[in-house]
Design a protein around this ligand. Structure first.
Ligand code: SF4
Length: 111
């Protein structure tokens, strides 16, 4: 069993253990259930948190670290920020996190 189609780490084997046992006892499952934003070194200080649909699986697929940023989601959050600024829903000086300053919003031709 994997926690998610994006997160291909084995949580347990249904031929060896029940779903309940895996759900309640798998170290991987327990780690994921208790993971909070405070455990994510970069994301926890990111100004785009409220605009981001961060994904542990994508973060691990991209850079091998499920606690790191998911760059595809960073790009989406930047695009969301840009649209909301253009619509006047965010102030024009809404910050770009320093770790994302080199990333250009989707559609600008430079990413
Ligand atoms: S935009 Fe990137 S760094 Fe910021 S919270 Fe989302 S995944 Fe993390």
């Amino acid at each position: 069993m994997f926690p998610c189609v994006q997160l291909r780490l084995p949580a347990g084997n249904l031929r060896e253990r029940s779903l309940r046992q895996i759900w309640e006892e798998s170290p991987l499952w327990l780690e994921l259930m208790h993971l909070t934003m405070n455990d994510l070194d970069i994301c926890r200080t990111c100004e785009l948190q409220s605009l981001c649909l961060r994904c542990h699986g994508l973060a691990r697929l991209e850079d091998g670290d499920l606690r790191g940023p998911a760059r595809a989601k960073c790009t989406e959050a930047l695009a969301r920020r840009q649209v909301l600024m253009e619509k006047g829903a965010l102030p024009q000086d809404y910050p770009v996190p320093r770790h994302l300053s080199a990333v250009r919003p989707v559609g600008t031709g430079v990413e």
